[in-house]
Design a protein around this ligand. Structure first.
Ligand SMILES: NC(=O)c1ccc[n+]([C@@H]2O[C@H](COP(=O)([O-])OP(=O)(O)OC[C@H]3O[C@@H](n4cnc5c(N)ncnc54)[C@H](OP(=O)(O)O)[C@@H]3O)[C@@H](O)[C@H]2O)c1
Length: 344
């Protein structure tokens, strides 16, 4: 083990990292130390990574109240690749296994040649998917799974509104909701109407022409991927006992407690969400904020559905590793149709 550690330290790796936080912070291609797996971790040699809006939010410093990563910070939360080495307590994986994962929140960095991840966050790559397709799934797949099924308790016959159905989250969320037999409404711009219908949406609203809150009624669940005006209007869409599960905020005191965040952050979450929670309570609605969690087990379940053809990956563009900075700039435009992937 000691020798293995020395070998890893002796090697460097290429990685896209930031040296400071802020709107003008730039991704730079650096030579950094190759990470060494802890006892419960695997070292993954990355073949593909996908990008998520959280990557540019982290770059801008938007998540520092929740997680303050040391600099330089390698960006990237999703990857697919092969196991290079395992920590001494890992039993489920061996070198050479093809895997995919959403890395642990406190230890990100998939825009690199290698990353270490707790084995419990890792799953076998769906065998029918390429590394690029597999890398597109973890963060958005787990987010949708947890928002719709774990928190939102969506089941057959229930009605769910999923705004922005053409985005990275929306495009897999529609498929998961249809898989459990729910009725799905979504909104998107005119250029994506057919695309979201093709994913299975039952009702599609062109947000450039129509106001969803005038059309949709008596829904059981809103999976809020947009916040702002969309979130405010979502209350009109829900029937009695309906629930909003938001992944964009505001965070709640319950979330702050679950994450073990300090009293000031808890107080901040209370005030940020107070108005919305009161509006929901007055109408007999529920409000939850979700910050998704990595899970190897849930990824195995998603992988089975992908291999059975019940879900499919939605990849908009694939960039080479040398152009990961361009990939992030494209994602920041907010027009992605599905996922943006970086390939080695
Ligand atoms: N809390 C968590 O754990 C968690 C997890 C995952 C994601 N998130 C957050 O969830 C949000 C969505 O993520 P994402 O990956 O889906 O983003 P994304 O892929 O960048 O979303 C892009 C899509 O949004 C659509 N869109 C833009 N404006 C719209 C509008 N006004 N109405 C409807 N659709 C609109 C665009 O379609 P058009 O081009 O047709 O407009 C585009 O297809 C982000 O803020 C992300 O940070 C949070």
């Amino acid at each position: 083990m000691y020798r293995a550690r020395l070998r890893c330290y002796a090697f460097g790796m290429k990685a896209w990292a930031i040296k400071n936080y802020g709107k003008n912070s730039k991704l730079e291609l650096l030579e950094l130390a190759r990470p060494v797996p802890e006892a419960d971790e695997v070292l993954i040699k990355i073949k593909a990574a996908s990008l998520n809006p959280v990557d540019f939010k982290i770059k801008e410093g938007g998540l520092r109240r929740i997680i303050n990563y040391p600099l330089p910070l390698i960006l990237g939360n999703d990857c697919a690749g092969t196991v290079e080495a395992t920590g001494k307590d890992v039993t489920g994986f061996t070198a050479g296994d093809e895997v995919y994962c959403r890395v642990d929140k406190h230890k990100i960095g998939t825009l690199a040649e290698y990353v270490t991840v707790r084995a419990s966050s890792v799953a076998r790559k769906p065998r029918t998917l390429s590394f690029e397709e597999a890398a597109s799934i973890p963060l958005v797949g787990l987010t949708s799974w947890q928002a719709l099924l774990t928190v939102g308790k969506l089941s057959a016959g229930k009605k769910v509104f999923i705004p922005a159905g053409s985005g990275g989250v929306g495009s897999i969320a529609i498929q998961i909701a249809k898989h459990v037999g729910a009725y799905v409404a979504t909104n998107t711009s005119g250029r994506n109407l057919q695309f979201v219908q093709g994913l299975g949406a039952d009702q599609v609203i062109d947000y450039t022409k129509e106001d969803f809150s005038q059309t949709l009624r008596d829904f059981d669940l809103v999976f809020d991927t947009m916040g702002g005006e969309t979130q405010r209007k979502s209350l009109e869409v829900l029937g009695p006992g309906g629930v909003i599960v938001s992944i964009v905020g505001p965070p709640t005191p319950e979330f702050a407690a679950e994450e073990g965040l300090g009293p000031l952050v808890k107080l901040g979450a209370f005030f940020l969400s107070d108005r919305l929670r009161r509006r929901c309570r007055r109408r007999g609605l529920g409000y939850h904020f979700l910050f998704m969690r990595p899970s190897g087990e849930e990824l195995e379940e998603l992988g089975a559905l992908l291999d059975q053809g019940k879900l499919r990956p939605v990849v908009d563009r694939i960039y080479p590793f040398s152009k990961a900075d361009e990939a992030l700039s494209y994602l920041e435009l907010g027009r992605a149709r599905g996922k943006i992937v970086v390939s080695w």
